[in-house]
Design a protein around this ligand. Structure first.
Ligand code: MG
Length: 168
């Protein structure tokens, strides 16, 4: 059985914060405001994975305001979500994401983001898609106020017997 999941995240871009996407620290004059490291790519991918398995979402698992997740490495949170999905009896087939931001230009960093995500999800590099788009100056992603990430994930239940053993 195949399961598809969707994730979305948006963060404000503010001065005095590092810009981290897919675990890659990107030199830019502003970074994502957030309780964790503000890695919106990791957050959207995590929600896509959790959503595909109908598990509780990222914000429920790792509540903002909980001191344990202050400045947390979001790739580590993503890895924990992948473990939860596997524990529920699923294999990760692939994930794909689109980052929407006007600046900075992300093309030079995409391959490193994909490699980081693939490593933390324990999947092949060709199972991780990451693209960057602008919104042509329109809206909060276009005027520089913030960035957004859309993501999908495809899961496959390993086998009926394993799924049953996992309580599904
Ligand atoms: Mg977030």
């Amino acid at each position: 059985m195949m399961r598809v999941g969707h994730g979305f995240d948006a963060h404000r871009l503010v001065e005095g914060r590092a810009l981290v996407l897919g675990g890659v620290r990107i030199a830019f004059e502003r970074g994502a405001l957030g309780h964790s490291d503000g890695d919106a790519l990791a957050h959207a991918l995590a929600d896509a994975l959790l959503g595909a398995a109908a598990l509780e979402d990222l914000g429920t698992r790792f509540p903002a305001g909980d001191a344990r997740w202050k400045d947390a490495d979001s790739l580590e949170l993503l890895a924990q979500c992948a473990s939860a999905v596997r524990a529920a009896g699923f294999t990760i087939v692939n994930v794909d994401a689109t980052i929407v931001v006007e600046q900075p230009r992300l093309a030079p960093f995409i391959d490193r983001m994909r490699a980081n995500v693939a490593a933390r999800l324990a999947v092949a590099l060709d199972a991780v898609g990451v693209k960057a788009k602008t919104s042509e100056g329109m809206g909060y992603t276009g005027d520089g106020a913030g960035l957004a990430v859309h993501a999908v994930a495809l899961l496959e239940r390993r086998s009926t017997d394993e799924g049953r053993a996992a309580g599904h």
